[in-house]
Design a protein around this ligand. Structure first.
Ligand code: NDP
Length: 289
């Protein structure tokens, strides 16, 4: 019978693979194997050694970067079977993925880039947005298996999904930082963050940062670790590659990347991306509350 496989049970992969396991026989693999065994116990998936995933008709990956996806593909290489679809949910790099797609095609494996947005909450709820790059026919074939998605958009050939994802995350970064700058000033002036956000979120300056991230994570001082700062900086690097590759004007996004590189150095790659605002709070001598 048809099987799917999921490789990389991290903050995103673990709950994404759970949605697959509810609908299809699902093989799971993780570098730290204990997580795969825990997933098997919790969701009825089947933990297998890496070569075991080659049995699946659809192989999903959700790893930090394209580098790790290429490593895993090379390790799996001797076991891969023609007719397999590879759905890469990593926020990866367009050029490296095009090379990987060509290499996999030598084995008759069709690679699709399929990064996701919606965070760990969206992954748990199964309401992620998926942006796919690849041949139309293959996209249609795998769509029924994207059990973790509420919306799937085919954006272009291989690499296009990664490009859209990188630009999306650059917008997340610029919105979050810009809102932080404005709020520090308002709080210093005596307007509470809560009041300021009440206005902004019923006004034209609102964003996911002002509607969700800042009220839920900064104002509450909860700062949960869901999406590492290092991964966002990686996405900003990919976005710069997209912009520079087209010689597109990018003064603001270039500056945004610099700012987050600085935050990563000052805090740590493992800090949550929202903690970047702690740097602004430190400079401004006030908390966004
Ligand atoms: P995590 O750091 O939580 O998980 C990373 C996963 O990759 C783990 O399963 C880890 O295994 C595995 N891994 C790391 N290095 C290797 C390696 N060399 N070989 C094999 N496996 C490896 O990351 P996330 O789940 O947060 O992110 C995954 C991808 O999804 C990234 O590209 C990220 O940018 C993107 N993303 C993240 C979102 C979020 O909100 N967190 C939202 C949307 C996209 P191990 O358990 O052994 O460490």
């Amino acid at each position: 019978s048809l099987k799917v496989a999921f490789l990389g049970l991290g903050a995103m992969g673990y709950p994404m693979a759970a949605h697959l396991a509810k609908r299809f026989p699902t093989l799971v693999w993780n570098r730290t194997f204990a997580k795969a065994l825990k997933h098997q116990e919790e969701f009825g998936s089947k933990a297998v050694p890496l070569e075991g995933v080659a049995e699946a008709q659809v192989i999903f990956t959700c790893l930090p970067t394209t580098k790790e996806v290429v490593e895993v593909a090379e390790a799996l290489w001797p076991h891969l079977r023609p007719g397999t679809y590879w759905v890469d949910a990593t926020s990866g790099e367009p050029e490296g993925s095009r090379k990987l797609a060509e290499r996999l095609l030598q084995k008759g494996v069709v690679y699709l880039d399929a990064p996701v947005s919606g965070g760990t909450v969206g992954a748990e709820k199964g309401t992620l947005t998926v942006m796919m790059g690849g041949p139309e026919e293959a996209v249609e074939r795998v769509k029924p298996y994207l059990a973790y998605a509420a919306k799937v958009v085919h954006v272009g050939p291989v690499g296009a999904g990664h490009a859209v994802k990188a630009i999306n995350n650059a917008l997340l970064a610029v919105n979050l930082w810009a809102a932080g700058e404005g709020l520090v000033a308002l709080v210093r002036q005596g307007v509470s963050a809560e009041k300021a956000l009440e206005v902004i979120n019923a006004s034209s300056g609102r964003s996911n940062a002002t509607e969700n991230l800042i009220p839920q994570r900064v104002v509450t001082r909860a700062f949960p670790k869901t999406f590492a700062l290092g991964l966002l900086v990686k996405d900003l690097g990919i976005a710069m590659g997209v912009l520079d590759g087209e010689k597109a004007p990018s003064p603001l996004l270039r500056l945004t990347r610099e700012v987050y590189e600085m935050a990563k150095r000052e805090l740590a790659p493992e800090a949550d991306h929202v903690e970047a605002l702690k740097l602004l709070e430190r400079w401004g001598g006030t908390e966004i509350r």
